[in-house]
Design a protein around this ligand. Sequence first.
Ligand code: CP
Ligand code: NVA
Length: 303
Amino acid sequence: MVRSVLTVSDLSVSEIGAVLDLALESKRRSGPRGSELDGKTALLIFQKPSLRTRVSFELAVSNLGGRPLYLSPPEVGIGERESPEDVGGVAGRYCDLIVCRTFDQSILERLAASSKVPVINALSDWEHPCQALADVLTIREHGGTAGRCLAYVGDGNNVSRSLTIAAAGEGMHVRLASPAGYELDEASIAEATMRARESGGSVSAISDPVAAVFGADVVYTDTWTSMGQEVEAKQRLEAFAGYQVDLSLVGKAAPDAHVMHCLPAHRGEEISDEVLDGPQSIVLDQAENRLHAQQALMAWLFG
Ligand code: CP
Ligand code: NVA
């Protein structure tokens, strides 16, 4: 059966563990890379801009012996120029894997349903599963995951959804602080809680950022205005006032806490320069780990 990864929940707790073990092992080896995609082509269809995801996927595909083929936002027009079903059907005749960054989650579902090759979500409005794999990998390397506390401060968005579910499955205690109207949805919290039970972690929604961050081992934030929400930017800036991850907020976390951000950052909005560029920030390790996590995911899918 063709195995797609459209949400982080498409991977069980133990499958995420296996992918991350593989990522750590291949990162340590850093020699010959792998041949899981030998002679195969991965089509990268991006309907939104990208630095990290595009570059890390192109390199990861090449490192596994495959050939990446990138199509930029104006080129394909999924759902405009042609239907997701037609794109999925056609792409599956040329390529062995589709990596897609898009808007609505249903576009990914329709692509996957119509394609005979796997589809990987490279970010949708709903989830960013590859980011979450890299984030959890990064936390594993910086003190470990199980039993430690992750405070996410900001928008209950694609990044926080995938991260909460993945981190809870690793046995972390996840605390979420979002202003009213911007919280993570109940169903995602329920999915994360179910995984936390399996792994000894927990998930709690706490609207006060100071209470959420108090004593935390990791403080995470993401933009208040995601791609596609630009018309709401002003209203969001107002709603998120008091939620900036700045030196004062990070001072409430554990003294050796790490600060994470998936990037790109809106400096001076969700995070201050001092924190993003400061000694507790591990954002570049996160960015690097996109490569290792995605390479491991594809090696696992095709291995
Ligand atoms: N974090 C992330 O997905 O970055 P890009 O949008 O640059 O790919
Ligand atoms: N939440 C952000 C993440 C960017 C990597 C967005 O969707 O724009």
